[in-house]
Each structure stands twice: as C-alpha cells, then as structure tokens.
Design a protein around this ligand. Sequence first.
Ligand SMILES: [Zn+2]
Ligand SMILES: [Zn+2]
Length: 254
Amino acid sequence: MSKISQTGSSTPGFGYFFYHYVWMVIDVFYPPVCSGCEKPGIRWCDECNSKVQIIKAPFCQVCGTPLQRGGSCDECREHPPQFDRLRSLAVFGGPLRTALHGLKYRRDQGIAEILAAPLINIVDREAWEFDIIVPVPLSKPHLRERGYNQAEMIARPLALGLKKPCVVDAVIRSKETSSQVALSPAERYANLQDAFSANPAKLKGRNVLLLDDVATTGATLNSCSKALKDAGAKTVLCLTVAKTLRKGNVASVG
Ligand SMILES: [Zn+2]
Ligand SMILES: [Zn+2]
C-alpha cells in the first residue's frame, strides 16, 4: 500500500503552501477528525491511509482500469472514449469512500487538499502536458443546494501545486446525472446527452486536465469530455481521486 503523499518532481509554488498553511491554521481553531474514521486531532490518519488501495500499472493505457498486462482494455477498443486518458489514484472503497462522501455530502472540505497532493505525483508520472485544469461542474441548482463543488475543492489546490490555472467557467452542467449506476450503457448515454455545454472561448486549441472526485462508470467524464472537444479542446486528460472497479478488474491494486 502506498502512502498518500506528494513526492513527485513538480515543485509546488508559494500559493500551494499558503493554501496548505491556511488549512493548518483552521485546524488549530477547529480541531479536525479523520475523514475516514473520525479519530480526533487529524484530518486523515495513518491507519485509514494504509487501507487505501492505490491503482498501479499494468492498467489500460486509455481508461486506467487495471489489467493483467498493458495495452488497452476491451471496452476502450470497442467503444473508444471521448477523453484521451483517464487515471485514478485509488480504488473507491473503505475509508477513502467515507472521506469522499464526507467531502461531497457533509462539508468535510479539509480532506480535499490532502487528496489533491498525490494527484500531483500522477501528473508527474504520466508526464502530462496541459494548459488548464477544469473541475467537472455541478448543475446550478445542485451547486446552490450544496454551496460548493467537491471537484473544484480538489482542483484548486491541485492547480496551485501544478501552477496551472483552474478554470471553472469553461463548461456548465445543464442537468444532473447522479443516478447513473443503475442504468444500462444505452440509458446512460441517453441520460447524459447534452448534460454539459462548453465555452469555445475558454477551450479552443487548449489541452485540458479534467478533474473529478470519482469515476464510477466513466460516462460523466466521457460526456463532459465530448462537450470540451466539441468546443475545440485539443486533448482531454481525466484525473480522479477514486475509481469504481468492475468485477475482475483487481489485477494491480495494492
Ligand atoms: Zn482514520
Ligand atoms: Zn480502457
């Protein structure tokens, strides 16, 4: 099991450390509990960290699903996705699932910058080159209800760490698509059609890192990527903290 920490070759700038210190000051005034197990005094404890199943190679070079050997998976060969790449830090489960649910539904925002740090390592490892970071948006009613976008909470410190602009108005979401899991692939496609619309002025000719908290079926990222490409984005590289694995895709997690 790999430690969730930032050890890559990118040198985060002043803004990244300032953001981090702001959260450390908040911790002094509002003592945190672990986002995975509610242990007091720390936002993310070693025990929860040790239970995170990091996704390691070999995996599908397109969608990042663990495989027995490299290359691309059947799904990507038969139905090539709209995005160019998808990588995820870890399997969606255990304390990481609890932490991501807390970020999404219980305003546990302090965990976001902790989860952003290891994503810098993935960008380094993959040698990704891109111009802007775009968090997958929420629809306006959803954003009003929740008060913040959990993907943006992760994208902001990531952008500071990678010294790239975080652009939140490049794409909007006109309908919410949260109940994707129970749908068939055809229903998912229909459900997601025209869910996103992107702004060509922000995207034409740009290489985009599209960030979300979890990739469940990949359909949301796929649909959002299509909108970005339709608006002129050259490449779309998707990055998520967690990924739901289909049965049998457990070859290389550890
Ligand atoms: Zn814990
Ligand atoms: Zn694949």
